[in-house]
Design a protein around this ligand. Structure first.
Ligand SMILES: Nc1ncnc2c1ncn2[C@@H]1O[C@H](COP(=O)(O)OP(=O)(O)OP(=O)(O)O)[C@@H](O)[C@H]1O
Ligand SMILES: [Mg+2]
Ligand SMILES: [Mg+2]
Length: 474
């Protein structure tokens, strides 16, 4: 029997507001435990929540970018459960009336583009964080309690682990373009619960789903789902039934383990939050937010292909992060040839950034500096090979290509006489190799070119070297 997987993701995204969703405490990450708390977010009795308008704006912005219908009337609900990181005993969330509904985002896998439906986007408050000491007690840090979250719930439209990770990547890219979430999965500002079931190929009805929690990287989205799909198939093939349960992904063991079954599932007893009035959104405000949204990745990608005539692959890479796309466009606007700029970004720039552990935002090299260096290649001042040295030096010193080329004497040797002299010397020293070349061992051309380059410390114009060598060894 052949099976197919059915997958739906619930993604929690921490919003990049300065303050929490229902109080004025800071949302900054990494502070001393419990220093960013107040009676509201630690759930003292009698306190009242006040909604952060910025959080609503961010949720609406996200909804628009993901093609959702924005509710002009929505409301908060209480989701009741007990856990030490939730001092109130309930989480303020949205339930039957979320702020956004019915959207989609596009993903491309193996050249095929498809839409993944977004069921809903709702706002809620984050819980605190339990820190397990390994001893016989645990600690609770409530700095995170009350940080605004969006929960973005997808339709069960995803059909493979690869599609799931592409969906996550696209979602993160959009959130980062909008500036509503930093998308840092390691620090937990973007988290994913993966729901998955299997069914025989051709069957319409969905199978029973399990929900896998504790997934904190794109790689683990794929790994956890691959494991879980295999496990479910095995259960069914052995005559068993998949049971609805929550499972935990253990990245060390590479497996999922049962956390709680349906019987232990929470009954949240949702009811409308009595301490907050319904959220009534003025349609003018929605339009104002829509107008503020800058070009989104899909549109940018298409424009890069048509406007700059670069391959889809390049456009994909360049638009994955808005800051990279902007860096690219700036280098092109200051004179760089688009495909050349793209090659240098995807190659040397990424290599240097990785090496120094820097993000594009921290890149010491300015786009116009790359454009300046490309001019020197185009007008023959430096060779493409020397350019790599110049690039590295620009990156490290912050100096312009012109200056580096002058200071280090890296100007390309394009003078025929000078190169000829060097070639003559090399040919005289390697008589045997010259003979072998003349009797048909053409591979030796590379050896001679290498010798000339070595003698000129890479500065000889490779085209002229090739021409002259061929002429002299005929
Ligand atoms: N049979 C199925 N197989 C795979 N995924 C499914 C199936 N049925 C539903 N899903 C997906 O499961 C997810 C359900 O998320 P939702 O937030 O609606 O409910 P929940 O998990 O019950 O609630 P909670 O937010 O408390 O975890 C959705 O992404 C949906 O697409
Ligand atoms: Mg959910
Ligand atoms: Mg769930």
């Amino acid at each position: 029997m052949r099976y197919e997987a059915v997958i739906g993701l619930e993604v929690h995204a921490q919003m990049l507001t300065n303050t929490k969703i229902f109080c004025g405490c800071s949302t900054r990450f990494g502070s001393e435990p419990n220093t960013q708390t107040c009676p509201v977010c630690i759930g003292m009795p009698g306190v009242l929540p006040v909604l952060n308008k910025k959080a609503v704006e961010f949720a609406i912005k996200t909804g628009i970018a993901m093609n959702c219908k924005i509710s002009t009337y929505s409301r908060f609900a209480r989701k009741n459960y007990f856990y030490p990181d939730l001092p109130k005993g309930y989480q303020i969330s949205q339930y039957e009336l979320p702020i956004c509904q019915g959207g989609y985002i596009q993903i491309t896998v193996d050249g095929i583009t498809k839409k993944i439906g977004i069921t809903r986007i709702h706002m809620e408050e984050d819980a605190g964080k339990n820190i397990h000491t390994g001893g016989n007690f645990s600690l609770v840090d409530l700095n995170r309690a009350g940080v605004p979250l969006m929960e973005i719930v997808s339709e069960p439209d995803i059909r493979s682990p690869k599609e799931a990770s592409e969906y996550m990547k696209k979602l993160r890219t959009i959130l980062r373009y909008l500036g509503v979430c930093d998308g840092n999965m390691e620090q937990g500002s973007l988290r994913c619960d993966a729901n998955v079931s299997i069914r025989p190929v051709g069957q319409k009805e969905y199978g029973t789903r399990t929900e896998v929690k504790n997934i904190n990287s794109f790689k683990f989205v794929e790994k956890a789902l691959e494991y879980e799909i295999k496990r479910q198939i095995m259960v069914v093939e052995q005559g068993g039934k998949v049971i609805q349960e929550t499972r935990l992904w253990d990245s060390n063991k590479g497996i999922t383990e049962s956390m709680r079954g349906k019987e232990e599932a929470h009954d949240y007893r949702y009811f409308p939050e009595p301490d907050l009035v319904p959220i009534i959104v003025n349609p003018d405000w929605i339009e104002q937010i829509r107008a503020e949204i800058l070009e989104l990745p899909d549109v940018k990608r298409q424009r890069f292909v048509s406007e700059y005539d670069i391959p889809e692959y390049d456009a994909d890479f360049l638009t994955f992060e808005r800051a990279i796309a902007e860096w690219f466009e700036c280098a092109v606007k200051t004179g760089g040839q688009p495909k050349a700029v793209s090659n240098w970004i995807m190659g040397e720039l990424m290599r240097m950034l990785n090496e120094e552990g820097k993000s594009i935002e921290e890149c010491p090299l300015k786009p116009e500096q790359l454009a300046g260096m490309l001019k020197l290649i185009d007008n023959g001042t430096i060779s493409g090979k020397i350019a790599k040295t110049v690039f590295e030096e620009m990156f490290k010193s912050g100096k312009d290509a012109d200056t580096i080329v002058k200071e280090k004497g890296l100007v390309q040797i394009s003078d025929n006489r000078e190169i000829e002299n060097i070639i003559d010397e090399i040919l005289a020293r390697n008589q045997k190799e010259v003979e072998r070349y003349r009797t048909g061992d053409e591979k030796l051309m590379g050896f001679f070119v290498g010798q000339v380059m070595k003698a000129t410390r890479g500065k000889a114009n490779p085209q002229i070297v090739n021409e002259l060598l061929r002429k002299k060894m005929r």
